[in-house]
Design a protein around this ligand. Structure first.
Ligand SMILES: C[S@@+](CC[C@H](N)C(=O)[O-])C[C@H]1O[C@@H](n2cnc3c(N)ncnc32)[C@H](O)[C@@H]1O
Length: 299
């Protein structure tokens, strides 16, 4: 359905490359999401993962994940956080990692097989599945549901949360992170894309959840009791110009950049780098702002 909508949009918005826009991770239907994320799997490790591990670990601490026995991780991608948990959890009995992309799951499995120091007492399984419908998980099966950087991309976030509520035990906790476009990397890129004529063709703004009050209301509206919610930052490693190029090409917004013609690409890159150098000169840590929330299914 979304593909048909995209085909009807003017080419100057789509840059003649509608599929590339999927890299901007807007709300995609299941097949489109799967195809999009499969296409991202091989570069995931060197682009997204450099950003996303830190907020996931903060979220795990907020969830007191170490105390829990049955955990589900939704949107595990290529498994860096999965492996972190498998190496560090000591009280857990079962742990399930789910992602909609079969290629992400294949890479995560290969990585797990090559990793030392895993706690093999944990019964851990990978599943290819959609967060909005995980019929392979029984009702009230887990006491912690953790999902970093996913809910903002699904077609229906209430369906996502209702499914989470179904599989959580009463009193179980959910932890989510979402990106914010304010400040940092995301804002820098989006501002420059918009300055050069890019307008999102998608009906849904995927940054719309990146505010504390929005996330608190969303969780409350879906019957959760909110325990913590705060802004966090993905602390980026020390970035060189080549890291900016890698993010522009392979990172979360790479599809938008890939859609510009050569001349506009150069303009965007030059300007992004100019602003990035200014930030560096002022010794402002380069980062990406996120919102992290922990809530409970009522007893
Ligand atoms: C931005 S990445 C975040 C991955 C990881 N949690 C992290 O923080 O690095 C989004 C992930 O969500 C997965 N995903 C997208 N839609 C999904 C859905 N409906 N159900 C399950 N996984 C989904 C993608 O395949 C991708 O691996």
């Amino acid at each position: 359905m979304l593909l048909n909508t995209l085909k009807k949009l003017p080419h100057n918005i789509l840059f003649n490359k509608p599929l590339s826009l999927f890299s901007s991770s807007m709300s995609l239907q299941q097949d489109e999401a799967k195809a999009h994320w499969n296409s991202k799997a091989s570069t995931y490790k060197d682009s997204y993962e450099t950003l996303t591990l830190a907020p996931a670990i903060t979220l795990a601490n907020m969830l007191e994940i170490q105390k829990s026995q049955d955990i589900i991780e939704v949107a595990c991608a290529t498994g860096i956080f999965t492996l972190h948990l498998l190496r560090n959890l000591t009280n857990t009995k079962t742990f399930t990692s789910v992602d909609i992309s079969d290629q992400m799951i294949e890479l995560a499995k290969a990585r797990k097989a090559a990793t030392e120091g895993i706690n093999h007492d944990i019964k851990h399984e990978f599943f290819v599945g959609d967060a909005e419908n995980m019929s392979f998980i029984q009702d009230e099966a887990v006491d912690v549901y953790v999902s970093s950087m996913c809910i903002h991309m699904v077609p229906d976030e209430s369906k996502f949360l209702q499914e989470a509520k179904r599989i959580l035990k009463k009193g179980g906790r959910i932890g989510l992170t979402v990106p914010s476009k304010e400040n940092g990397l995301m804002g820098l890129f989006l501002k420059n894309f918009e300055d050069n004529g890019w307008k999102s063709p998608f009906p849904k703004d995927y940054n719309a959840l990146g505010y504390r009050d929005v996330m608190i209301k969303l969780l409350q509206d879906n019957g959760f009791e909110v325990r913590f919610c705060w802004e966090d930052h993905m602390k980026l490693p020390y970035y060189e110009d080549s890291d900016i190029d890698n993010q522009l090409t392979n990172g979360p917004m790479g599809g938008i950049y890939g859609g510009f013609d050569q001349e506009t690409k150069k303009k965007v890159r030059d300007n992004v780098l100019k602003e990035f150098h200014e930030i560096k000169k002022q010794f402002i840590p380069f980062q990406m702002k996120t919102v992290a929330i922990v809530a409970q299914k009522p007893l």
